[in-house]
Design a protein around this ligand. Sequence first.
Ligand code: G6P
Length: 607
Amino acid sequence: MCGIIGILGNRPVVPLLIDALKRLEYRGYDSAGIATLVNGHIDRRRAQGKLQNLEARLDREPLGGTVGIGHTRWATHGRPNEANAHPHANERVAVVHNGIIENFRPLRAELEQNGRRFETETDTEAVAHLLAHHLDRQMTPEEAVMATLARLEGAFALAIIFAGRHDLVIGARRGSPLAVGYGDGELFIGSDALALAPLTSRICYLEEGDWTVLRNGTATIFDSHNRRVDRPISQTRLSGALIGKGGYRHYMQKEIFEQPAVIGDTVRSYLNPLTREVTLPECGVDLASVPRLAISACGTAFYAGLVGRYWLESLARLPVEADVASEFRYREAPLPEGGAALFISQSGETIDTLAALRYAKTQGQHILAIVNQAESAIAREADTLLPTLAGPEIGVASTKAFTTQLTVLACLAIRLAHDRGRITPTQRLALSEALIELPTLAAQVLQHDEAVAAIARELAEVRDVLYLGRGTMYPLALEGALKLKEISYIHADGYPAGEMKHGPIALIEDGTPVIVCGPSGPLFEKTVGNVQEAAARGGRVILLTDAAGRAELGDSAAHVIELPSADPFVAPILYALPIQLLAYHAAVTKGTDVDQPRNLAKSVTVE
Ligand code: G6P
């Protein structure tokens, strides 16, 4: 996945392109590039690596022009070097692309036979050559785009400029998002509304298969059958200001420390603190009577879904299945009539999650979505949107999005448990109370930052780490391992504590860190046994528990991180915080790029 931007402007375009790319860098940072029209000719600057490399390049070799396109890359086809960086250009066009052109090999062979010379390993270059091929045959730019789109298979959002045409930018989308922005005598296209926010607040989202011609102050939109269509223009509420680190060293650190506030915001948007009642957005179906719920998501959002499954099954007694979206979309799961499907996503743009949502739609499911970006594709395509109020999350490793997703799931579980008659009013009150207390407890947990940092410094030295948990702490173990892997590049595995003896115990040797998420509560006694098994084999146990847990098991652990005692219901939300801090400090100790770890991107818009 990548971020793209196109501007048909009336002032120097390079600073605008760079500003937009800064806001798109979460989509990839393998390379960046821009192309503009200078005296009718296409000129471009590209650089491997982060956007700052491109900025440095532009300082040395400035670029003019009022019309241009830009790209920030997450490599799919071709190494992340400068040659493969977008825009891809020839004498006639320059193209930026988000997505994958699946039939680029036959296209390339055909174009090479026609005498066109390829310079890169990318799929996108075939698009640039195909356009030039059609233009060479006297087609207008619009005709060339139509003819090119008809040949492309796969997913794409494209922005194209044409040599000699200062009055024209064309964009197209199929499978990847693209928004049109309307400015004062200027027009924009971009991968998301966030990129366009400093330029305009008037946004129109292209629909699947649409393409648009920006010319003479007008964006003319065509559908996949090349018929002229009108798409609604809305007012985006996204802020045009770039988000700062607020005095923190990294976005991830800032976002970890924002959690008491954003968990509180999210709780209050669903749970009335006076009546203790949970209110869900009006959804037109009786959720309490759905026979089954299918949860699907990717990465950290999937682990939130796994916790949700425990809550919804045990509290509301609702049958739930949970799958990673990339499997769910192809599993062809039979979904029951009258059922519902829930999709969880911070960005709302993850292609596998979106495709899973569309599959569930074809199966007649009522679509619920827990999403942080309210203007995203998943939010727009859902029947019922359950927003998280995490605010913009910039660090690639998800933190506050995760805990606010859990918060919404907890509210959903309380509401459904109540509506399905599975909890008493007293139980409902206690669960709601626990959620209301959560921000205070989360703030207390964050006071352990220094102590956690000291333990994390030891982790930075090791090769393997094992995370264990039972019940709702099992997905937390998975999340802990994922966080550590993502940002510190230390190998880590998350396991259900009871499953350790069936394999991972073989990994434990003298000093192997075993991080145990073990609040006291119904499953604690079982966890005790597993901790002792690990310690007996030389495992260096790092125990996350509360005072009662420490009293019972503290002696077997090398380190104990003691968290406040809380209702076991909210423990997964609370225990997420030290898990995040451990990974964060381990990564800082190792000196990795915490906010933009290698090979990753915040929003994955390719399969
Ligand atoms: C990427 C990110 C993860 C995130 C996942 C799902 O892999 O690096 O942090 O959990 O995508 O993203 P979503 O936006 O759908 O929550």
